[in-house]
Design a protein around this ligand. Structure first.
Ligand code: GLN
Length: 493
């Protein structure tokens, strides 16, 4: 039988329809592969029994001619999405043992289309990080390796989701992206991922980090598979006042491969000082590929780009400090007793949160405190508006924007540790679009000198994921990225 773990979702759906294999077989193959790849630590909670149960129900639906759009497809769910009856931790000690009695809208949508859940994927604690090294449940290891043999980070915060899809232990995965947490791990793991427009997916039932930025999205090994997953997850939800009542277009229908006449903007401000030559070359190659496919390249300017990181690192911690105030030992997860209520609060929070989360709460509380609110938070909101206006202006000249996804390939665990600023710099290309609420996708287009994957980022206009998908599909075809993580190559040999 074909290797069921190396199929794309679209091929697996065809195979299921043709009765080449069953959903139970497809799911079991992924459970077995997951067992063999336990060392990656991609999951916090595995749910094999539930997965098989869902797969059996899926086979029955298909036999009855009632299969949904994703029926029988085994997925990893980032452990930030609340799942009814299944522990949801946000990778934090403070939520250890928390079992929601409700289902997030995004996962409910996927399950309504027949998707199967393999488990809850590891992430940075409360989605704060760029390397998946802040999880209470341990680091995630990137399935790609370089010659020095050091364990590499998968990127963050959705590191478990990206590693699982790259390692062929899930066919696709959900992620969330607040400042790059889908796009950067997708790039580090050699797969594709999209963060749609803010408001495209409901945030209901997703553990909040920074509410004005958080947006759910997808990981998969092809552009088409991302389109299928996003189609299922998207849509208006009356339970989330920031979800938009805008029709969801047919994303897969946008994959025409035709980019003739498409105007691709190249922002000069993203040519940051000290950009590694490999990343510059990757960018040039990407430009050439789209040009060859008939696109028109235009130089654009996003003049406030240099303020994006400092703006993000005021707004995101400010919102996080407010959102995380609810973890007080009373309502959710862990509690450490104290002499009185205040001591119980502070002991619970001191023990429950990790260092990075505490750092952000402190920065956020400071930025929101009387006297500093105007100087930092209000100022950051004003700059955010300017950054969004930059994009509005640029999109008068172009239809999409092409940039590298991250300033480097995956680095070794511990390499950027102890220097939070260096870690924050990883988000330099992803954060501006997050501040503006715009859709962005990363697709793998090349390898660095160490044989590690590098990704290109395609940004679109608000509500125009179709053009992002169309461009990504053309770039995917031209780049023909077929490299596999070394662990997979070894297994196949
Ligand atoms: N790396 C960024 C941060 O730590 C983005 C995280 C995210 O998108 N969730 O805030």
């Amino acid at each position: 039988m074909t290797d069921l773990t190396n199929l794309t979702i679209s091929d697996a759906l065809k195979g299921l329809d043709a009765k080449d294999f069953t959903a139970v077989e497809l799911t079991q193959a992924h459970i077995d592969a997951g067992e063999a790849a336990k060392g990656l630590n991609a999951y916090i909670t595995e749910t094999p029994e539930l997965a098989i149960e869902q797969a059996k129900a899926s086979d029955a639906r298909r036999a009855a001619g009632k299969a949904g759009a994703l029926d029988g497809i085994p997925l990893a769910i980032k452990d930030l999405f609340c799942t009814d009856g299944v522990q949801t931790t946000a990778a934090s000690h403070i939520l250890e043992g928390f079992v929601p009695q409700y289902e997030s809208t995004v996962t409910a949508n996927l399950f309504a289309d027949g998707a199967v859940m393999l488990g809850k994927a590891n992430l940075d604690e409360f989605a704060m990080g760029s390397a998946n090294t802040t999880s209470y449940f341990g680091n995630v290891i990137n399935p790609w390796t370089r010659e020095d043999g050091k364990d590499l980070v998968p990127g963050g915060s959705s590191g478990g989701s990206a590693a699982a899809v790259a390692a062929r232990i899930a066919m696709g995965a959900t992620g969330t992206d607040t400042g790059g947490s889908i796009r950067q791990p997708a790039a580090f793991c050699g797969i594709s991922g999209i963060k749609p427009t803010y408001g495209r997916c409901s945030r209901w039932g997703t553990v909040a980090f920074a509410s004005s930025l958080d947006q759910a999205g997808t990981f998969a090994r092809s552009v088409e598979d991302n389109a299928l997953l996003l189609q299922s997850m998207s849509g208006f939800d009356p339970k989330d006042s920031t979800s938009a009542d805008i029709a969801v277009p047919d994303f897969a229908g946008a994959l025409t491969g035709d980019v003739k006449g498409l105007r691709v903007g190249i922002p000069k401000e993203y040519k940051v000082e000290g950009m590694p030559a490999e990343i510059e070359k990757l960018w040039e190659d990407g430009i050439a590929m789209l040009k060859d496919a008939g696109a028109q390249i235009v130089d654009i300017s996003l003049p406030h780009t240099k303020y994006a990181l400092p703006t993000y690192y005021i707004i995101a911690p400010a919102e996080c400090s407010s959102n995380l105030a609810r973890y007080d030992g009373v309502r959710f997860g862990q509690r450490v007793e104290g002499e009185d209520l205040n001591e119980m609060y502070s002991k619970t929070r001191a023990e429950g949160f990790g260092d990075e989360v505490k750092r952000r709460i402190m920065i956020g509380t400071y930025a929101l405190s009387a006297g500093y609110y105007d100087a930092y938070y209000i100022k950051a909101q004003k700059v955010r508006r300017l950054i969004a206006q930059d994009f509005d202006k640029a999109y008068e000249q172009c239809d999409v924007i092409l940039t590298p996804t991250a300033p480097s390939a995956a680095f070794a665990i511990g390499e950027n540790e102890g220097d939070p600023i260096k870690m924050y710099l990883n988000d330099v290309f992803t954060v501006p679009a997050s501040l503006a609420g715009l859709p962005g996708m990363s697709i793998p287009t090349g390898l660095d000198a160490n044989g590690l994957p590098l990704g290109m980022q395609i940004l679109g206009k608000a509500w125009d994921e179709e053009t992002v998908f169309r461009t990504a599909f053309a770039l995917e075809k031209a780049a023909n990225f077929t490299a596999l993580p070394q662990s997979i190559v070894r297994q196949a040999a």
